[in-house]
Design a protein around this ligand. Structure first.
Ligand SMILES: *Cc1c(COP(=O)(O)O)cnc(C)c1O
Length: 352
């Protein structure tokens, strides 16, 4: 096997999906499993679908097309507002899309009429995190306009918190979303089937409050893949945290001083490093770097310290755990490390 590669444990992902499905199911909340972090890789998608989660969401239409072509059987939702240039594909391949802009919904309507189909949409509401969302005072006007359009149908409301600005999902903003659903169903005599309350940051809210109101859907990426909620990155009870790990290979191992020699200046990334003199140490170099992974998100599973990294190297203090040329070293990954290594063309993958 060529290194570096991600080792992906499908049965751990399957277990996580199954356990979360039971946990949320007990509160009448359905899961949309978010697949963007693994680019819609069909083997991973199927490990989730066979755990009983039949709704998959991705922010990239290309990933949805990939899963459809691989015959993954699920309901597919595009969870990023479509761009004007992709509305045709969105109608063809996605069952549902999240929307905030009338001009895009109008384009979806045209495409759906041409394709002789009805495209379902969920309106995303701005609840404070200031990423995507229709302002609350504009929801009524938006629904009114969409009701005039053929080929598109509003099936629910959604919101996304704790992403751009880390605003917490709380009883206050979640109850507010539920109230909005009630108000607009009555006002326009429509049925809002899906109230999609958020992502892996919604766990505390879900567990702490007896009633989850009208919220009956959560979109989970990190919780399923890495077993953590995302407000404080606490492990979720009973989930595997290590379904993914990154393997790299040692290409140099030598005893060297800990203090550089010569005059200090900037490193390759414009930083001026500071050093502590720890005397001589065994310095091992792994053949992996910033072109492969967001290295701040790596935790070695051996007792070694990461000293630094450049585009293509990670340098480790291996004094306590001697490493030799050719040894493999394993790292646990966080979300940023998983996303970056999944999308790097230099990182392979191995499934077990
Ligand atoms: C990525 C994404 C998610 C999943 O977030 P996690 O923190 O991985 O659960 C949910 N909703 C939207 C709109 C997203 O873009």
């Amino acid at each position: 096997m060529k290194t570096p590669y991600l080792e992906i444990n499908l049965s751990k992902i399957h277990d996580n999906a199954k356990r979360l499905r039971a946990m949320l199911g007990a509160r009448d909340i359905e899961i949309t499993s978010v697949t963007k972090c693994f680019l819609g890789e069909p083997r991973i998608a199927n490990a989730i679908v066979t755990a009983g989660i039949s709704s998959l969401g991705d922010s990239r239409i290309q990933n949805i097309i990939r899963m459809k072509k691989a015959n993954v059987k699920a309901l597919f939702t595009l969870i990023r507002t479509p761009s004007a240039s992709e509305v045709h594909d969105v109608v063809t391949y996605a069952d549902v899309s999240f929307n905030t802009e009338l001009s895009i919904i109008a384009a979806l309507s045209k495409a759906a009429i041409r394709q002789k189909t009805i495209h379902d949409i969920i309106l995303m509401v701005e609840m404070g995190d200031l990423r995507e969302g229709i302002l609350r005072q504009d929801i009524g006007k938006t629904i009114e306009e969409v009701l005039q359009m053929k080929g598109v149908q509003i099936i629910g409301l959604g919101t996304n918190l704790a992403c751009l600005n880390g605003v917490k999902p709380t009883r206050y903003n979640m109850d507010h979303l539920s109230r909005l659903a009630e108000i607009y169903e009555k006002a326009y005599d429509i049925k809002l089937h899906t109230i999609s309350g958020g992502n892996s940051a919604n766990f505390d809210w879900m567990l702490e409050h007896g009633s989850t109101g009208r919220v009956n859907n959560m979109r989970l990426g990190e919780a399923i893949l890495l077993g953590r909620e995302t407000l404080s990155r606490k492990p979720i009870d009973g989930l595997h945290l290590d379904a993914f790990s990154l393997i790299a290979e040692v290409i140099e191992s030598k005893v060297k001083p800990s203090l550089p020699e010569g005059e200090p200046g900037q490193d390759a990334f414009g930083n001026t490093p500071i050093f502590e003199d720890k005397g001589e140490m065994l310095r091992a170099i792994a053949a992996i770097g910033r072109q492969d992974v967001h290295m701040e998100g790596l935790t070695p599973t051996l007792d070694v310290d990461i000293l630094g990294s450049s585009s293509d190297h990670i340098v480790l203090d291996a004094t306590r755990t001697p490493l030799h040329v050719g040894d493999y070293i394993r790292f646990n990954v966080d979300y940023a490390a998983l996303l970056s290594s999944m999308t790097s063309p230099f990182v392979g993958s191995s499934y077990n």
